[in-house]
Design a protein around this ligand. Structure first.
Ligand code: C2E
Ligand code: CA
Ligand code: CA
Length: 392
């Protein structure tokens, strides 16, 4: 690896040793030091494919792992915009310092870091995501988030069996912001952990109040969405059990919704956490089933009670034979494995009828009810009529 060359990859040293030297303008050689196993060399170039700032020579036989610029660029592209901005600006500042100190020589010049900073600041997604994260933090602290509840229907009976709690945020200036926008920001910034704790507490309270108001003869269920960050908390199960207990809700009424992604990224942690939840009586649902990873082995591996068929398949059922076949297969899979199937995004009577005929046990969607505030849920339940697909 030679100073002044274009860099396209970095190396992690697994074995051996290297020496790093910098050639200063005028030819003076300045040793920087040596590096051994576990260290990384050439890391600056993979951020921007700039010129090597030092020469590296092996002084003992080396075994190295290569990280290419393309690989790093791909990882950076999918990372948080704030991390993208800061990692590139720090590199530019460092290169600028080296150039000013004439360590890199006059021939090597880099754009001033200020230009890069202005460029990043002009990219609205960085500014937007920082602003939204700050405002969201305040909303969580001030408890100005809200929950709406969407009824989940027993398809054969046409009756409400429970609800899914869905977060709502009315921003003081921007109005309602979709959870599809603020949940990923809450996840990336770690704010989701406090938001989820609040949501469970609020949903348990609402479940008690709804049951009391509608004098439900059978216990209703409450599904709450959790993310991988929640699972990373060491006292996750203890925390949720405390909240459920304090609200006086039977753990059997609480259903924990998680996505396939979470299971794949934290398999061991997730398995233990889910097993501990189920031991306490809480049920577990896989959300957006069929959209994550194709491996079905996790259905055997993880303790799961329910599969939620993603709304994209339900939507396409009447349009494409393939989607219909997929829905049939998921329902069959659920039946064979003793799992409950919930179809999401049911928007009309035809879809409800077909899903019921296919043996899907439960469904939710605009055809039955939209997500509603607690008071509206109570009114809807008090005036609940058998849905049209059963009476037709
Ligand atoms: P999800 O968990 O898959 O929730 C279902 C989404 O489908 C909700 O969108 C719901 O309003 C919408 N929906 C329900 N029925 C229909 C229908 O018939 N047609 C159509 N087109 N849509 C329907 P929403 O409330 O905008 O939430 C979007 C996503 O945000 C959720 O998807 C979930 O991934 C996330 N989310 C919402 N609340 C929470 C939360 O409290 N915690 C976490 N971790 N994620 C949440
Ligand atoms: Ca969900
Ligand atoms: Ca879903």
């Amino acid at each position: 690896m030679k100073q002044g060359e274009k860099g396209t990859c970095a190396y992690i040293i697994e074995e051996g040793q290297v020496e790093i030297v910098i050639e200063k303008p005028g030819g003076k050689i300045q040793p920087v030091g040596t590096r051994g196993p576990g260290t990384i060399i050439g890391e600056m170039a993979i951020v921007d494919e700039g010129l090597r700032t030092a020469t590296v020579k092996a002084i003992k036989d080396c075994k190295v792992l290569e990280i290419t610029h393309d690989d790093f660029a791909q990882r950076l592209k999918t990372s948080d915009p704030v991390i993208q901005m800061i990692s590139q600006i720090i590199l530019m500042r460092y290169r600028d310092t080296l150039t000013r100190a004439e360590i890199l020589g006059q021939s090597v010049s880099y754009p001033p870091p200020e230009a890069l900073e202005r460029n990043f600041a002009a990219q609205t997604d960085v500014v937007e995501s920082v602003k939204i994260a700050n405002d969201l933090k305040a909303a969580i602290e001030n408890k100005t988030l809200m929950l709406h509840y969407q009824p989940i229907i027993d398809l054969a009976k046409g009756a409400v069996t429970g609800f899914e709690a869905l977060m709502r945020w009315k921003h003081p200036e921007r109005g309602f912001i979709s959870p599809a926008v603020f949940i990923p920001i809450a996840e990336k910034s770690g704010l989701i952990v406090d938001a989820s704790k609040w949501a469970l507490e609020e949903a348990c309270g609402a479940l008690k109040r709804i049951e009391l108001s509608v004098r439900s003869k059978t216990a209703l269920s409450m599904s709450v969405n959790f993310s991988s960050h929640d699972f990373a908390e060491s006292d996750f199960v203890e925390g949720i059990m405390k909240t459920i207990g304090k609200a006086g809700v039977d753990p059997k009424q609480i259903n924990l919704e998680i996505t396939e992604r979470l299971l794949i990224h934290q398999p061991d942690n997730a398995k233990d956490t889910l097993a501990a939840c189920r031991k306490e009586g809480i049920t577990v649902a896989i959300d957006d089933f069929g959209t994550g990873y194709s491996s079905l082995s996790y259905l055997y591996y993880f303790p799961i009670d329910t599969m939620k068929i993603d709304q994209s398949f339900v939507r396409a059922m009447f349009r494409e034979d393939r989607s219909l076949e997929l829905v049939k297969s998921i329902i069959g899979l659920g039946q064979n494995m003793g799992l409950t199937c919930v179809a999401e995004g049911v928007e009309n009577a035809e879809e409800a009828r077909l899903l019921c005929d296919l043996g899907c046990e439960q469904a939710q969607g605009y055809h039955f009810a939209k997500p509603m505030a607690e008071q509206d849920v109570i009114k809807a339940l008090q005036g609940w009529k058998t849905p049209q697909y059963l009476s037709a």
